[in-house]
Ligand binder design. Structure first.
Ligand SMILES: *[C@@H]1O[C@H](CO)[C@@H](O)[C@H](O)[C@H]1NC(C)=O
Ligand SMILES: *[C@@H]1O[C@H](CO)[C@@H](O)[C@H](O)[C@H]1NC(C)=O
Ligand SMILES: *[C@@H]1O[C@H](CO)[C@@H](O)[C@H](O)[C@H]1NC(C)=O
Ligand SMILES: *[C@@H]1O[C@H](CO)[C@@H](O)[C@H](O)[C@H]1NC(C)=O
Ligand SMILES: *[C@@H]1O[C@H](CO)[C@@H](O)[C@H](O)[C@H]1NC(C)=O
Ligand SMILES: *[C@@H]1O[C@H](CO)[C@@H](O)[C@H](O)[C@H]1NC(C)=O
Length: 446
C-alpha cells in the first residue's frame, strides 16, 4: 500500500529534514573559511539540497515508510448479536507503513495472524457457539507502533431442543424396541441422524430411523446382546446440532430354572440340590434364592460375563423332614428391582430306618386259656417298614409295603401259645426288633 505517498509533504519533511540538515550543514561548514559568510550560504544551500532529497525520497516511497498503524478497524458480520449456529466473519484492517501485521485474538488466544504483505485479515466461524461469546481484539502493529481495537460478540442460544424417549430402555433378547426422538424449536422439519455407540465407547454405527414431522422413530427388532449401547439421536436445524441419548440394555432369561429331582435323603444327612438356568444375560444381574416354604435359606450371585451364560446354584442342606424346596431365579435391573422372576420347586423326601417299633398285646401278657388275644405291631420309618410277627422263629403274619401296622389275633389262646413273640420292622435303611413274652395259664385250678 502506498499509503505513505499520500502523506502530506509536511509530515514527510518533519521526519526527513531534521535528519538531513545537520548532516548537510556539518559537511558544508567544514569546507568554510569564514564562518560569518558561510553560515547563511550553507543554510540556504543545505535547505534547498535537503528539500530536493526529501522530495525525492517522498516520491520514491523511502521517506514514506515510516507511519505507525492508523485507522485500525474490526468489523463483525452479520453483527455483534448472533444466534447459535450462524456463520460469523471478522474483518480487520489498518493503515500504516510498512503495512502492519494484524493479529485477531479471543480472550488473549490468537485466532489468526496476517503475514507482512496484506494488511487485511478475515476470519470466519462457520457455526457460532454459545462459548464464542467474548471480546475479540485486533492488534495492528509495525516497527513504528501498534493499535488495538476491540469488539464484543454475544451468541444467544438457538431454541432447538431434542428429547429421546424412553431415557433408559431394557428389552428382552429377541424382542423389539421403538426409540422416539422429538425435536422442537425448529421452524422447519430438522434432519435426524441416529448412531449407536457400543459398551466400550469406541465403536459407532449409523442407523436408519423413520422421519415424520418433528420426530424420528428408530425401530429395533430381534434385539441381541450386541445391540446394547448408547443410542444417540442428532437433530440438525439450520447449522445447529443437538443430541439426545438413550441407554439400551438387553437381557436374556428365556426359561424356567431346572431343579434336578434329588433322590430320597436319610434324615439328618445333607441333601445337595442343583438349580440350572440357561442362556442368562447378564449373569452378574442374576440372583438365585433358595426357599423352604416362605423362608429364604440362601442367596447366590454370579460374576459378569460378556455373553450368554448357563448358571448353576447349589444348595447343601441337612434335612429332618419332607419339605418343598424352591429355587427362585431373579434377573435384576441396574437399579436393583426385579425384571423377571422364575421359579422351580421340588419335594424333598426324607427317609429313615424303622424307629419307635412297638408290639402290644391285648388284653395283656398274662392270659387264660380260651381267651381271645390280639397282637398289634407298628413302627415309624420311611419308606414305611415291612412288619413281620414271629413266634419262636415261625412267621405268623407279614404286612405288605403300604400300611405300617400289623394286627394278628388268636381267637382262643391255648397253653402252648405261651412263647416269645417278636415283631421285626424293616426297610432298606435298617430294622428294629421288639419282643413280648406271653404266658397262657389253664382254667382248671380251683
Ligand atoms: C480512515 O479510513 C476512512 C475510511 O476508510 C477514511 O475516510 C479516513 O480518511 C481514514 N483516516 C485516516 C487518518 O487515514
Ligand atoms: C437435511 O439434510 C439435507 C442433506 O444433507 C440438506 O440438504 C438439508 O438442508 C438438511 N435440512 C436441514 C433442515 O438441515
Ligand atoms: C474397544 O475398546 C476395547 C477396550 O477398551 C478394546 O478391547 C477393543 O479392541 C476396542 N475395539 C475397537 C473396535 O477398537
Ligand atoms: C407365604 O407368604 C404368603 C404371602 O406373604 C402367604 O399368603 C402364604 O400363606 C405364605 N405361605 C406359607 C407356607 O407361609
Ligand atoms: C447352556 O446349556 C444349553 C443346554 O444345556 C446348551 O445348549 C448351551 O450351549 C449352553 N450354553 C452355554 C453358554 O454354555
Ligand atoms: C415315637 O412315638 C411316640 C408316640 O407315638 C412319639 O411321641 C415319639 O415322638 C416317637 N419317636 C420317634 C423317634 O418317632
Amino acid at each position: 500500500m502506498s499509503v505513505c505517498l499520500s502523506l502530506s509533504l509536511s509530515v514527510c519533511l518533519s521526519v526527513c529534514l531534521p535528519a538531513c540538515l545537520p548532516v548537510c550543514l556539518s559537511a558544508c561548514l567544514s569546507l568554510c573559511v569564514c564562518l560569518s559568510v558561510c553560515l547563511s550560504v550553507c543554510l540556504s544551500v543545505c535547505l534547498s539540497v535537503c528539500l530536493s532529497v526529501c522530495e525525492y525520497l517522498r516520491v520514491t516511497g523511502v521517506c514514506s515508510s515510516t507511519a505507525p498503524p492508523t485507522n485500525t478497524s474490526l468489523s463483525v458480520r452479520p453483527g455483534d448479536w448472533l444466534q447459535e449456529g450462524q456463520q460469523v466473519t471478522f474483518s480487520c484492517q489498518s493503515d500504516g507503513a510498512p503495512p502492519p501485521t494484524l493479529v485477531l485474538r479471543r480472550k488473549g488466544e490468537e485466532l489468526q495472524r496476517t503475514g507482512p504483505a496484506p494488511s487485511q485479515l478475515s476470519f470466519s466461524l462457520s457455526s457460532a457457539r454459545l462459548e464464542d461469546s467474548a471480546h475479540y481484539q485486533c492488534e495492528a502493529s509495525n516497527q513504528h507502533g501498534s493499535q488495538l481495537v476491540t469488539r464484543t460478540v454475544s451468541v444467544t442460544a438457538h431454541p432447538l431442543q431434542v428429547e429421546v424417549s424412553p431415557p433408559v430402555s431394557s428389552a428382552e433378547r429377541g424382542s423389539g424396541l421403538v426409540l422416539t426422538c422429538r425435536a422442537s424449536g425448529c421452524l422447519h422439519p430438522p434432519n435426524f441422524t441416529w448412531t449407536r455407540t457400543d459398551q466400550n465407547q469406541n465403536q459407532s454405527q449409523n442407523l436408519q430411523g423413520t422421519q415424520q414431522d418433528g420426530l424420528s422413530l428408530l425401530r429395533l427388532q430381534d434385539l441381541d446382546l450386541q445391540d446394547q449401547g448408547v443410542y444417540r439421536c442428532e437433530a440438525q436445524c439450520d447449522s445447529v446440532i443437538r443430541t439426545g441419548t438413550v441407554q439400551v440394555h438387553v437381557y436374556s432369561f428365556p426359561s424356567d430354572p431346572v431343579l434336578e429331582r434329588p433322590g430320597p435323603v436319610l434324615r439328618g444327612r445333607e441333601a445337595v440340590l442343583r438349580c440350572d438356568i440357561t442362556d442368562v444375560f447378564s449373569a452378574n444381574q442374576m440372583r438365585v434364592l433358595w426357599l423352604s416354604g416362605n423362608t429364604t435359606l440362601h442367596s447366590e450371585s454370579f460374576g459378569f460375563s460378556g455373553s450368554l451364560q448357563n448358571v448353576s446354584a447349589v444348595l447343601q442342606r441337612r434335612v429332618q423332614e419332607d419339605q418343598v424346596l424352591t429355587c427362585r431365579a431373579q434377573l435384576l435391573a441396574p437399579g436393583g428391582h426385579v425384571w423377571r422372576s422364575r421359579t422351580a420347586s421340588v419335594l424333598l423326601t426324607v427317609h429313615s430306618p424303622p424307629t419307635n417299633t412297638s408290639l402290644s398285646v391285648r388284653p395283656g401278657d398274662w392270659l387264660q386259656e380260651g381267651q381271645q388275644v390280639t397282637f398289634s405291631c407298628q413302627s415309624d420309618g420311611a419308606p414305611p417298614p415291612t412288619l413281620v410277627l414271629r413266634r419262636k422263629g415261625e412267621e405268623l403274619q407279614r404286612t405288605g409295603p403300604a400300611p405300617s401296622q400289623l394286627s394278628f389275633s388268636l381267637s382262643s389262646a391255648r397253653l402252648e401259645d405261651s412263647a416269645h413273640y417278636q415283631c421285626e420292622a424293616s426297610n432298606q435303611h435298617g430294622s428294629q426288633l421288639v419282643t413280648r413274652t406271653i404266658s397262657v395259664t389253664g382254667t382248671t385250678s380251683c
